[in-house]
Design a protein. Sequence first.
Length: 127
Amino acid sequence: MFFLNPNNGIPLYVQLQQQFQQRILSGQIPHGMQLPSVRDLSAELHINPLTVAKVYQILEREGFVETRRGLGTFVRHESPALKIDALRRQIEPALDQLVAESLHLGLAEKEIQSLLAEKFRQLKSKS
């Protein structure tokens, strides 16, 4: 199930695209699995079918899925390089925000690296 929030300022197609990418990268949606049809997913999410079609086109262009004429849209078997590139694109906005805020606060790169390493250790020990 996908959760779309029309009030958070992020376009619905971006929210849906990001959720698909995260689920594909994490293996929640396995390689080779067929995605719901545009019509079915748009009805389920109560959004315009053109929005879903746009998301599927973006996912195909970025190499996450492939459309098989007459059969549907399927998750592609990806290369490790594609996975790393996609993961980097997913985290880049958060990194941009972290660096911008760090610069604004006058923190040095070494301090941020230290804080980041500490946070990794904290969160890793909880899991």
